[in-house]
Design a protein around this ligand. Structure first.
Ligand SMILES: Cc1cc2nc3c(=O)[nH]c(=O)nc-3n(C[C@H](O)[C@H](O)[C@H](O)COP(=O)(O)OP(=O)(O)OC[C@H]3O[C@@H](n4cnc5c(N)ncnc54)[C@H](O)[C@@H]3O)c2cc1C
Length: 492
């Protein structure tokens, strides 16, 4: 089994772009407007990632359903044409855009949106892969239901499955994996085999759970065409506070106290450090109300934590309301002297500050963002070491961070001055990547907490994944994708 290594998929290395005749054959397979050819049609938006990086595509196919997907896959297999599957193109690790070189095609799932079938009694939804999260939640809301994956972007269902999206409510509701009950997947083999694993079951033990292999596979093993997701009741009560504390140990103390007192009602615990708050205050989105007492840099706290409690109950059944409960916990901590300040307000206003973080930081200058996680008990030790490492290896960069600290996630960001020569920045970036990934590994952490694997972190995958695990990945790849046509990364 382990013998199926990258050597047996050697063809991947000797590809060229499909010929004009091959592209004509592709066009004949799908309806009009469903195939775009570079040079003739405008394909720019499929070639540019969320950070504005651009890699030319040779062709773009836009299937509408599973039959179209199969037709494209069979064509790609016959032509040995490499392709990446693209959902809403919000992934930040280059996994959904072509590899450099201009020979890759893109299979965009944006037209695969025919089905959103809600089963209220089963509390599930069967949904096409191209449906986006906001649309799905709008439909679910009519029945008082929601897919509780919360992030500052609007990804597709297929992209969320392939990246196993986490988001800000993972601490309570889990990642996408926790919600996937069934999948339909087209394999990139000769027959474009359809794996119909689309059952609406919460228990099913007919052998190993094969659908798990595609969750978090970064679009390398198959094309997800539909999913059955377990969904939750929309929370009827939500209480949010922004809590200022002086240091990392107090952030973790707040987390421990909240988990002990609010138990499973704690639905988000998001940290923003002062440099990130400064960036948000400088690049505040239009119309955003500043929720803290001041936006002056010297008056911003070292750490601000967004805390959310939610509950599906409308009634508090003799308990305090969630707002009272949250206020009581925070007041108690203030009385003990380790919470500096706290702000309560409409959830939307307080969340707007959190969701503004990444966009504001991007406006500060060229940046590299690390998406790491460690056991959350170590997160501030890691942070302290990371700050020192940034200073040593990337002396021209500034450090900022924020993250889903409640689940051990940290987005550490390096920002360079605009006027630093590109080569110098490139050298510092390379050194920094190596150093940060080594540090995270030493903490027993991961170089990819929630964004999956793409060309951005492929080298880290190679370096920090044990050889026996990589050999198994290679073996799986050669079973599912014998010609090595699918995906922007080689996970072997
Ligand atoms: C502002 C912002 C905030 C974000 N916050 C978070 C966050 O809090 N948590 C988090 O986890 N992520 C976050 N992300 C990252 C991103 O939104 C997620 O990774 C998302 O799940 C990607 O989905 P997508 O549809 O955009 O996929 P794409 O970016 O199009 O593709 C991502 C990967 O999925 C594969 N793929 C897409 N569709 C399919 C399919 N149908 N079948 C097989 N493979 C497929 C692609 O090949 C690629 O490997 C954020 C992104 C932005 C821009």
């Amino acid at each position: 089994m382990v013998a199926g290594t990258s050597a047996s998929r050697e063809p991947r290395r000797r590809r060229s772009a499909p010929s004009p005749q091959a592209l004509e054959r592709l066009e004949k397979l799908l309806g009009s407007g469903q195939v775009l050819i570079a040079g003739r049609d405008d394909v720019a938006r499929y070639e540019t990632d969320v950070l504005g990086r651009h890699f030319p595509a040779c062709w773009v196919a836009r299937p509408k359903d599973v039959d179209d997907v199969r037709a494209v896959v069979r064509w790609a297999y016959a032509e040995r044409a490499e392709l990446v599957v693209q959902g809403a193109n919000t992934g930040p690790v280059l996994a959904g855009v072509p590899r450099p070189g201009g020979r890759h095609g893109v299979m965009s799932m944006e037209l695969c949106r025919s089905t959103i079938d809600v089963d209220v009694v089963n509390r599930t939804v069967t949904v096409s892969a191209g449906v986006d999260l906001d649309t799905l939640n709008d439909v679910l809301a009519r029945d008082g239901l929601t897919l509780p994956i919360d992030l500052g972007a609007n990804p597709s269902v297929g992209g969320m499955v392939a990246a196993n999206t986490g988001g800000a409510r993972l601490i309570r509701h889990g990642d996408v994996r926790r919600h996937v009950l069934g999948l339909e997947v087209v394999l990139p083999d000769e027959h474009a085999t359809v794996l119909s694993l689309l059952r609406r079951l919460r228990k099913d033990n007919r052998g190993p759970d094969l659908k798990q292999l595609f969750i978090g596979s970064s679009g390398t093993l198959g094309v997800v065409t539909a999913a059955v997701l377990s969904v939750d009741p929309v929370p009827r009560q939500v209480a949010v506070a922004l809590v200022a504390v002086a240091d990392g140990p107090d952030v973790l103390r707040l987390l421990t106290v909240l988990e002990a007192r609010a138990t499973e009602r704690l639905s988000a615990f998001e940290m923003l450090s002062r440099p990130t708050l400064e960036a948000i205050s400088r690049h505040r989105p239009q119309g955003m109300r500043w929720p803290l007492a001041s936006s002056r840099a010297q008056q911003l706290p070292p750490f601000l934590v967004l805390v959310e409690l939610n509950d599906a109950d409308t009634e508090t059944s003799g308990r305090q309301s969630l707002e009272e409960e949250l206020a009581a916990i925070v007041e108690h901590a203030s009385a003990e002297g380790w919470v500096i300040d706290a702000w309560f307000g409409p959830p939307g206003t307080l969340w707007a500050l959190r969701h503004a973080a990444i966009t504001a930081l991007r406006q500060e200058g060229p940046m590299v963002a690390f998406d790491v996680s460690v056991p959350r008990s170590s997160i501030f030790d890691l942070r302290e070491r990371a700050i020192a490492l940034f200073a040593e290896t990337a002396p021209h960069a500034r450090y900022a961070d924020f993250g889903h600290v409640g689940d051990g996630g940290l987005h550490s960001i390096a920002i360079w001055p605009d006027d630093l020569p590109v080569e110098q920045r490139g050298e510092e970036q390379d050194r920094l990547r190596d150093a940060v990934y080594q540090l995270v590994d030493a903490f027993g952490g991961t170089f990819s907490a929630e964004h999956g694997v793409g060309p951005d972190n492929e080298a880290a995958f190679r370096r920090y994944t044990p050889p026996e695990v990589r050999a198994l990945h290679a073996a799986l790849k050669s079973v599912f994708d014998p010609q090595g046509i699918l995906g922007a990364v080689d996970l072997s």
